[in-house]
Design a protein around this ligand. Sequence first.
Ligand code: HEM
Length: 377
Amino acid sequence: MSQPTLPIHMRRNYFDPVPELAELRAEQPISRVATPWGLDVWLVTRYEDVRAVFGEGARFDADAIGISAADINLSHSEIRRLLQPDFTARRVIQLKPRIEKHVAEHLDLLARSDKPADFIETVAKPLPLQLIFELLGLPVETQPEFYRLNSLRLTNTADPQAQADAAAQCRAQMMELVAENRRNPNDGMLGRMVVNHGAEIDDDTITKLVDLILLSGYESTTSMLGLGVLLLLRNPEQIPLVQDELTVNQAVEEMLRYLTPGHSARPRVATEDIVIGGTTIPKGDVVLCSLHAANRDPEFVSNPDNVDLSRTQNAHLTFGYGIRRCIGAPLAQVEMSTVYRETFRRFPDLRLAVPFDQVQFQSAMVTYSVTALPVTW
Ligand code: HEM
């Protein structure tokens, strides 16, 4: 797998970080690296140090650069306050029957497909997309265009101008949908936002909030569904742990730790000189936290490079940590546990339809993934 132009924290060897990342973590856990967007950053690789950066909250500015909530005209705590009610564990439990229905429908489609079928095209890609569109209350017919534009925004190596244009187009289309909801609110999150907060926040802000959820709301889940099913097919002795209602949630946490789809958290800018793990990060410098290096740190878990779905101690950093921890985590967790459990209950003989070394992995985007997963049963 040749990925010479990618920075070290984005290079992977199938399910693993490249060995050089472990060397860096052992020898120079906070080190300067070049990034594709032309910026030198401090790469943080140890579990404790990554947690320390996340725990610093406001002393690092996570909105200054990169695809982020930077231009939303609200403080980060206000953004969380507005979005939180739609993402509580309770709300997600209410959504569970709908999630189960959509999973069952997509697995029906898989069952009716010609063999071999592509698990990504049939399940991993459309399912999270459909769920997030339904959650937000966005028209189905806008899916292909939003998908295309957001893929460009999420490609780390894409031309920055093309990315900015794609973001502007997404926002313009979203703005129209917000205006439509002002006239006739739908029963999704967008309609509720207009009804509940339309007096205090303007259309531009609502647009950016909804855009943030859409942009963050499916790609990582898609990536986890594809990588996760492949991981299980490679470790069939562990499949019973995802088929069982009692163990599937814990198994999902280990899959999240081991696979770590997001290469890094958002870049953070030091707002003052900050000491992390004995290294002073000067004010104005950019810090990038490698989530995969942190999750595979031997000081965090024993045998970090073994996938063990019965592992119990698992405070992984795949969703981040602290005030910016992923707001969609409870939703993603239910999506993943439902898909893995139901896929291997309904297709106990599921297997790869190509040799493993022919599966194409994709590393250049914000999240690592498999581009196609041909399966048969
Ligand atoms: C397996 C799936 C997912 C993974 C691995 C993931 C990962 C992450 C990570 C690592 C962060 C923190 C970034 C940082 O601290 O810089 C984050 C933030 C965020 N995620 Fe997720 N995410 C997933 C699914 C979702 C879903 C389904 C949604 C929404 C429906 C979502 C919405 C968000 C939002 C809005 C933020 C920003 C939170 C803030 O800045 O306060 N994510 N996600």
